[in-house]
Design a binder for this molecule. Structure first.
Ligand code: ADP
Ligand code: MG
Length: 252
């Protein structure tokens, strides 16, 4: 837990998302500071994934603004390709499913986007990839195919791949939900190390231990709205809202 944070790194202002008449995100206001780790918890269908996907514009919001670092995008305006790539370059994302390329080596999986997106040479990209594979404890897997790796290892490779583009913030959408508990632990250990290193992180999770012990801030979502948000220990141990209490009782 960090005593203090830096500047605002992610800012959402009145962010909304509708599918037809269905409001999935209802005018969300949210700020995440540099170095802050925010855990988002809440019942299925409450809009957690949609919120993450809007932050890097995998989903086009219906209204509001999104700021990441020095880039602000207003949903009401036409977004240029340059603005989009500027936003996406700042944001790394890790999903429940790892989606590694099965026909490429682990090293190539981590290097490819560095060449395509950042214009790094193959040698530079491979060097950076090896650093990151070491960081997630998988340097010895560099030459293998992902299919030879466990689910936990594949997710750690996916984290290395996202970090390889030097993002300012990392978004995680239930990164351990598809894994057996012991494999989830090794992924959580990597995320904890990343949190300690000062990375700004937004983590949608069912891992109440992570929410309470690793994240700085916890936010509960329900029906497309923020029910409660505050310092993790306060929210987890002494929730103020009945909706939060109900959710925490159900998952514990
Ligand atoms: P969570 O991640 O909290 O489970 P989601 O963000 O995935 O919630 O979904 C929130 C709501 O939005 C759900 O009711 C879901 O059915 C709806 N939804 C998500 N994606 C779409 C889509 N592409 N089209 C229509 N409805 C969607
Ligand atoms: Mg989801």
């Amino acid at each position: 837990m960090k005593a203090q944070y830096g500047k605002i790194q992610i800012g959402l202002h009145s962010l909304s998302k509708h599918y037809g008449i269905h409001t999935v995100l209802d005018r969300i206001d949210l700020e995440v500071s540099s170095g802050e780790v925010l855990a988002i918890i809440g019942p299925s269908g409450s809009g957690k994934s949609t919120l993450l996907r809007c932050i890097n514009y995998l989903e086009q919001p219906s209204g509001g603004t999104i700021t990441v670092g020095s880039t602000t995008i207003n949903a009401a305006q036409l977004v240029s390709r340059a603005e989009l790539s500027s936003l996406r370059r700042r944001v790394g994302m890790v999903f429940q499913s790892f989606n590694l390329f099965p026909h490429m080596s682990v090293l190539r999986n981590v290097s490819l986007a560095q060449e395509r997106v950042l214009g790094r040479s193959r040698a530079e990209a491979d060097e950076r990839s090896m650093q990151l594979l070491s960081r997630v404890g998988l340097a010895e897997k560099a030459g293998q195919f992902p299919g030879r790796c466990s689910g936990g290892q594949q997710q750690r490779i996916a984290i290395a791949r996202a970090l390889a583009l030097d993002p300012e913030v990392m978004l995680f959408d239930e990164p351990t939900s598809a894994l057996d508990p012991e494999l989830g632990l090794e992924v959580l250990a990597v995320m904890r190390e990343l949190a300690t290193s000062g990375m700004t992180m937004v983590v949608v999770t069912h891992e109440m231990g992570f929410a309470e012990n690793v994240s700085d801030t916890v936010m509960i979502m329900a029906d497309g709205q923020i029910v409660e948000k505050g310092p993790s220990t306060e929210v987890m141990r002494n929730p103020q809202h009945e909706r939060t209490r109900r959710f925490l009782r159900a998952v514990h």
